[in-house]
Write a protein that binds this ligand. Structure first.
Ligand code: COA
Length: 231
């Protein structure tokens, strides 16, 4: 059965986050959420979910497997809770059922004035373990998306909490995270895997919150293994 793998990026990021997945999964789609950089961002995870649903339905994608990173994972889980019959599976990458944000992350975005350079330098620090070949394009896109949209997204994450509903997710699910993720620590993935019935979990050694850009071969193998379970 042909599955449609759809990637959803995290706060302040874009479809470029999945550069190494798109090279491998040629028929997959990585969505640029509104405001990233085109259009107006949504101020809640539920707002993004409805926008993503509109995108998917307009293109008549069938047998959709949503792979969401961080805020994208929050969107994917919310989609699964609200419209379970429209999805075939979930891949939850560096995410959690509750995504409280440390005030320092919000402050960095708030403090960015005319000179966006300090904010941009800190944003690029997220990618310090990523191969340098993608830095120029990531930097260009980050500047286009900008601190106001990152702040908007982080605030949407901060309000996200489905800790008491996550067990209602009944879709085939694979949870993936980096062992060294400090933004969404392994315990967040442990919680997801132990509360979603039948969910598998893979912790990638040495990976950070951006494990899919760092240890992309391992992450791609995990995704491929999960997709193979549908055949
Ligand atoms: N899954 C499982 N457990 C979770 C969880 C999740 N998604 N979210 C929170 N918890 C746990 C915490 O680990 C904590 O457990 P503990 O009491 O055993 O230590 C408890 O629930 C309460 O945590 P939290 O709601 O996060 O509040 P807090 O006041 O302890 O900490 C922060 C707030 C922001 C400092 C903290 O959430 C944090 O460091 N977050 C990660 C960094 C970040 O900002 N990430 C950005 C995500 S986009």
């Amino acid at each position: 059965m042909g599955m449609k793998l759809v990637f959803l990026h995290g706060a302040g990021c874009s479809s470029l986050s999945f550069y190494y997945q798109l090279r491998h999964f040629r028929s997959a789609k990585a969505i640029d959420l509104p405001g990233h950089p085109d259009g107006k961002p949504c101020d809640t995870v539920d707002g993004y979910l409805e926008w993503v649903r509109g995108f998917i339905r307009a293109r008549r994608y069938k047998n959709v497997v949503l792979c969401g990173h961080s805020m994208g994972g929050a969107i994917a889980m919310s989609y699964a809770l609200k419209y379970p019959e429209e999805l075939r599976g979930l891949i939850l990458l560096g995410t959690g059922a509750r995504l409280r944000v440390h005030p320092n992350y919000l402050q960095r975005c708030l403090e960015s004035g005319e000179d966006k350079a300090p904010w941009l330098a800190q944003h690029m620090d997220y990618y310090r373990e990523v191969q340098e070949e993608v830095f120029p394009v990531l930097k260009h896109r980050a500047a286009e998306v900008g601190p106001a949209v990152e702040l908007n997204d982080l605030m949407a994450c901060d309000r996200f909490d489905i800790m008491d509903r996550v067990a209602e997710i009944k879709l085939p699910t694979r949870v993936i995270c980096g062992s060294d993720d400090v933004m969404t620590p392994v315990k967040y993935s442990d919680f997801l895997a132990s509360n979603i019935e039948g969910a598998g979990k893979s912790v990638i050694p040495g990976g950070s919150h951006f494990v899919h850009m760092e240890k992309f071969q391992q992450v791609n193998e995990e995704i491929e293994g999960f997709l193979a379970t549908f055949k």
